[in-house]
Write a protein that binds this ligand. Structure first.
Ligand SMILES: Cc1cc2nc3c(=O)[nH]c(=O)nc-3n(C[C@H](O)[C@H](O)[C@H](O)COP(=O)(O)OP(=O)(O)OC[C@H]3O[C@@H](n4cnc5c(N)ncnc54)[C@H](O)[C@@H]3O)c2cc1C
Length: 440
């Protein structure tokens, strides 16, 4: 049987970036994906993600260099630096860990990044918004952009293979167990195309299975992570194709107070050159449906309240965009732990069932797309060298929620344990991406 240096479980952007970085060191690596590569089942579907600097500002600035390197290696631009307009009520989020509209300014100043402040009137002159309260303001920051997600995924897979990584789709990992004869090796047990059992022998493992991480951790180690998975809804709406058409000059994010206990945090993208013309994505940065396991996802129904809230916002505040029937709507799983940060760490030795310390790395949770090249580097360093300066305390798997004293790891008999969980999934989940503003 072939012996791999590293098996990467999960072929989303983070797993592909990890395989790419490992392959560049001439190590023998394979990435296993349960579905097709570039599938709709995880967190990386659809056309675009925001590339913003406010969230964990220092790390994001470092990630910029890695994006440049990746774009050079791929020979294509993977980002469209359109800038970002944050606008709304300056007091929303005050006295909360989520932070406020003006919160990022301290980081923009410190990092000497450009921005300018706009009045409500200026916002409405430059963007197709209407009926904004007079006291609202905007912060436009040009060093933000839109990630071309389909091209990113394809470039990473092509590059990983170019550097001799192997890649298998339709290969679902069921469990990992230490090798009976040599505890420095692991057997990764998988099912290929839903029927054939296959085993991969490896020295190290990186688990990048996103929301599905517990499907591997529970049967392998008897633990699960306390996840709060949001079924986020996003819609594409028709915009006026002209004459006198509707153009959003950049991405935007609206900060507004809740109304009747419903979130009014909305965001939007301009029409992207790699997508259909005259369609704009407008969505709510919140989720009515929160689940503990991706198997509980509604696969053929989309939460109507989240769409309705967005349609009402478009009707009341956006000019030249047709709110009546979205052109199309999709859902995407956003995986959170209690503080909305990443989990980026080794599985502690006590759970490894005799396997060697620091040999199984896991990444899940948080808002990861803008950090993909940096995370690939961090996970490759952890797997190959046993350490990475990006595996910070804030991302430790053993950190505890100061409010409840509970950790992220749960000892569990099933895939999740509602009794042990810190999360109530009854209310609308909201503002998770904002929470990162205060966390730099
Ligand atoms: C609506 C929405 C908006 C977002 N906006 C932003 C944004 O603006 N900026 C930002 O930075 N981030 C954003 N995010 C978050 C970002 O999209 C995710 O953090 C990122 O996609 C996670 O990538 P991943 O590779 O970790 O996981 P995924 O893309 O989910 O990949 C995991 C892969 O593992 C595979 N897998 C799972 N289990 C197994 C198994 N047992 N065997 C083999 N394969 C397996 C899955 O099929 C999947 O392909 C957003 C997320 C959502 C939902």
């Amino acid at each position: 049987m072939d012996l791999f240096d590293v098996v990467v479980i999960g072929g989303g952007p983070v797993g592909l970036a990890t395989a790419y970085e490992i392959a560049k060191t001439n190590s023998k690596v394979i990435v296993l994906e349960q579905n097709n590569f570039f599938n709709q089942a995880g967190s990386s579907n659809d056309l675009a993600r925001m590339y913003t600097e406010e969230f964990m500002a220092d790390l994001a600035v470092e990630a910029m260099g890695y994006w440049d390197d990746l774009e050079r290696d791929a020979g294509v631009s993977l980002r469209w630096m359109s800038g970002l307009l944050n606008f709304g009520d300056r007091d929303v989020g005050k006295d909360t860990p989520e932070g406020t509209l003006l919160g990022p300014i301290v980081h923009l100043n410190r990092l000497e990044m450009a921005y300018n402040i706009l009045t409500a009137e200026e916002i409405q002159r430059r963007y197709p918004f209407k009926n904004l309260p007079d006291k609202w303001i905007g912060v436009f920051a040009p060093d933000n952009g839109i990630i071309n997600v389909p091209l990113l995924l394809r470039s990473l897979l092509t590059l990983a293979k170019h550097y001799s990584a192997q890649a298998r789709q339709h290969t679902e990992v069921k469990s990992i167990v230490p090798d009976d004869h040599d505890s420095s090796k692991w057997k990764v047990k998988a099912v290929s195309h839903g029927k054939d059992e296959v085993v991969f022998l490896t020295k190290k493992i990186v688990i990048t299975a996103g929301a599905y991480v517990n499907h591997i951790l529970q049967p392998s180690f008897g633990i699960t992570l306390d996840l709060d998975i949001w079924e986020m809804v996003a819609s594409y709406f028709n915009s006026n194709a002209g004459p006198n058409g509707t153009v959003f000059p950049s991405m935007w994010f609206q900060f507004a107070p809740d109304h009747e206990d419903r979130s009014r945090l909305f965001y939007g993208f301009p029409t992207v050159p790699w997508g259909p013309p005259n369609l704009v994505r407008i969505a709510i940065d919140a989720a009515t449906r929160r689940i503990k396991d991706p198997d509980d996802r509604q696969t053929n129904v989309i939460n109507p309240r989240d769409i309705q809230d967005t349609q009402n916002f478009v009707r009341d505040h956006v000019k030249g965009v047709d709110c009546t029937v979205p052109a199309y709507t999709l859902t995407c799983l956003q995986t959170n732990v209690f503080d909305n940060m990443f989990v980026l760490d080794f599985i502690p030795e006590e759970y490894l069932r005799g396997g060697r310390e620091n040999s199984v790395v896991v990444f899940t949770a948080g808002w990861a797309m803008k950090f993909v090249p940096l995370l690939g580097k961090a996970l490759a360093e952890l797997a190959l060298n046993g350490r990475s300066r990006y595996a910070m305390e804030e991302f430790s798997i053993t950190r505890k929620n100061p409010a409840t004293g509970k950790g992220i790891i749960q000892h569990s008999l099933g895939r999740f344990s509602a009794a042990q969980s810190s999360f109530s999934v009854d209310s609308q989940g909201r503002g998770s991406s904002l929470r990162g503003y205060s966390n730099t």
